[in-house]
Design a protein around this ligand. Structure first.
Ligand SMILES: [Zn+2]
Length: 418
C-alpha cells in the first residue's frame, strides 16, 4: 500500500490504547462491561470521552438529550456537517465492543484528519448517543436528534418513567427539554457508523467488512394477562383463572406464528412478572415483555396485528383479561446506496473482503436515517456472540473497520471539494 495524501490510515497505537482504556470503565470480572444508561460506570465512560476530546483539541458539547458531541470544526461557519457515532452504554453485563468500538473509531477518524491538517469544507462530528441499548427507551439520543422521538414516547418508556426522569436529573439534564435536541436536517451530509456484527454471517463467509443494506424495525409491548388469585391447593383445575396459562400459551404460540408465517422476522418474550408470585397462590397477573422485529415497515405492522390478536386469543382460551400497552417502535431503515458503494470502494482499496447484509440489531443509524442518508459497516463477531461478556472481535478487524470508516470519509469529503 502506498500512503500519502490520498491514502490515510488511523493511528493504531492511539486507537488501541483509547479502546483499552475505555474497556476498563465498568469492567466485569469475566472481561465484559456493565454500563447501563446513566449508571455510575456509564457516566464515568462519558466523562472519559469528554476529557479525551477536549484534551485532543476538539470542540465538545452536550445536547438536550444528553448526546456527547465532539466536533472537528472546519472553520467555515455555514459548512454542512458529516456525522459519525455510536454509543457508550451497554446492556447489563454486556461486551466491551458493542457501541464502544464505533465511538472510538469515530473519534480516531476526527483525530486522524486533525493530525493530517487537511483543510476540510465540512465539519465532522463524533457523537456518543444516549441510551442506544434501551435501558430507558432505546435509540433515545439519536431519535431525539432525528426528530422521531415524541412527547408520548417519554410518558411510558420501557425502562419506566421514574428511571428516565431521575437519570436525566442525576446527569444534570432536564428531561422536559429532551425533544429540543432535534437538529436542522439541511445541515447534514450524512451519518456513518462502524459496529460489530453481533451475528455469525461475516465469520461464516470469511468476510472482513459487512456493508449494511437495511436495519430491522423493532416494537416493544407489555401484555398483561389478568386472572384471579386463589388457593393453589383447594381450587380445582377446571375452575381456575390462571394468568400463567395465558402468558405461557402466548409465548409458545408466538414462536410458532413467526416460524410459520414471518420469514426474516423474530419474536422474543424476555421477561414475565408474576403477581402475587408465590408457590401456593394461583397467579393473578402476569406481565409479559414482548419484543418483535421485522425488516420492512409493512411486515412489522402485519406482525404487530397478528401477535396482538394472538395475545387476545390466548387470554380468551383461559378466561383471562388481556391488557396491551405499547412501549415504543423503531421503524426499519434502508441504508444509503451511495454510502454502501463508498464503503465498497474504501474496502477494496484496503484489500478487504466485503459482504452486503441486513442488520437484525437496532442501531442509532436507523434513527438518524430519518433526517439524512445513513450508512453502516460491521466487523466480524467471533461465533456471533454479543450482549454478553463472550462478545469478541479481533483487534485486527477493529482496526480494519476504523480504516474503512476513515477512508470512506476521505472519499466522501473528496467529492465535497475538500
Ligand atoms: Zn450497539
Amino acid at each position: 500500500l502506498i500512503l500519502g495524501f490520498d491514502f490515510m490510515i488511523i493511528n493504531e497505537k492511539r486507537f488501541v490504547s483509547n479502546f483499552e482504556n475505555l474497556a476498563q470503565i465498568g469492567k466485569t470480572l469475566d472481561g465484559g462491561v456493565h454500563r447501563p444508561t446513566f449508571s455510575v460506570a456509564h457516566q464515568e465512560a462519558r466523562v472519559w470521552f469528554k476529557n479525551v476530546c477536549i484534551q485532543s483539541g476538539l470542540e465538545f458539547r452536550i445536547d438536550n438529550a444528553g448526546n456527547h458531541i465532539a466536533r472537528l470544526n472546519c472553520g467555515l461557519p455555514n459548512a454542512p456537517t458529516l456525522l459519525l457515532g455510536s454509543h457508550l452504554d451497554s446492556v447489563p453485563n454486556g461486551g466491551k465492543f458493542d457501541g464502544a468500538l464505533g465511538l472510538i473509531a469515530a473519534l480516531e477518524v476526527l483525530l486522524s484528519f486533525k493530525d493530517a491538517a487537511i483543510p476540510l469544507s465540512v465539519h465532522v462530528e463524533a457523537i456518543d448517543f444516549t441510551d442506544e441499548e434501551g435501558t430507558l427507551i432505546g435509540l433515545l439520543g439519536s431519535s431525539a436528534m432525528g426528530g422521531a422521538l415524541k412527547a408520548e414516547d417519554l410518558l411510558n418508556p420501557r425502562g419506566g418513567r421514574d428511571n428516565l426522569v431521575n437519570g436525566f436529573h442525576n446527569s444534570g439534564l432536564n428531561p422536559e427539554k429532551i425533544l429540543n435536541a432535534k437538529r436542522n436536517q439541511t445541515s447534514f451530509i450524512g451519518y456513518l457508523e462502524l459496529h460489530i456484527e453481533q451475528g455469525p454471517i461475516l465469520q461464516n463467509n470469511h468476510a472482513d467488512i459487512g456493508i449494511v443494506s437495511s436495519i430491522v424495525g423493532i416494537c416493544s409491548y407489555h401484555i398483561n394477562f389478568i386472572g384471579r388469585a386463589d388457593h393453589a391447593g383447594t381450587t380445582s383445575m377446571d375452575s381456575r383463572y390462571d394468568a400463567a396459562q395465558g402468558a405461557s400459551a402466548f409465548t409458545l404460540e408466538s414462536r410458532k406464528l413467526v416460524l410459520q408465517s414471518y420469514p426474516y422476522c423474530v419474536v422474543n418474550i424476555g421477561q414475565m412478572e408474576f403477581t402475587p408470585g408465590a408457590f401456593n397462590i394461583i397467579p393473578e397477573l402476569v406481565v409479559v415483555s414482548l419484543e418483535f422485529r421485522a425488516p420492512e415497515e409493512k411486515i412489522l405492522k402485519h406482525l404487530e396485528v397478528a401477535l396482538l390478536e394472538l395475545a387476545l386469543e390466548c387470554g380468551a382460551k383461559y378466561n383471562l383479561g388481556v391488557e396491551i400497552s405499547s412501549l415504543g417502535e423503531h421503524s426499519p431503515a434502508i441504508m444509503s446506496s451511495d454510502f454502501q458503494n463508498a464503503f465498497e470502494i474504501a474496502s477494496k482499496a484496503l484489500d478487504l473482503k466485503t459482504l452486503r447484509l441486513a442488520s437484525g440489531a437496532g442501531h442509532d443509524a436507523q434513527a438518524i436515517s430519518k433526517i439524512c442518508p445513513a450508512g453502516m459497516i460491521f466487523v466480524p463477531s467471533i461465533n456471533g456472540s454479543s450482549h454478553s461478556s463472550k462478545e469478541y472481535t479481533k483487534m485486527s478487524d477493529c482496526i480494519n473497520g476504523a480504516n474503512v470508516l476513515l477512508h470512506t470519509l476521505h472519499i466522501l469529503l473528496g467529492r465535497n471539494g475538500s
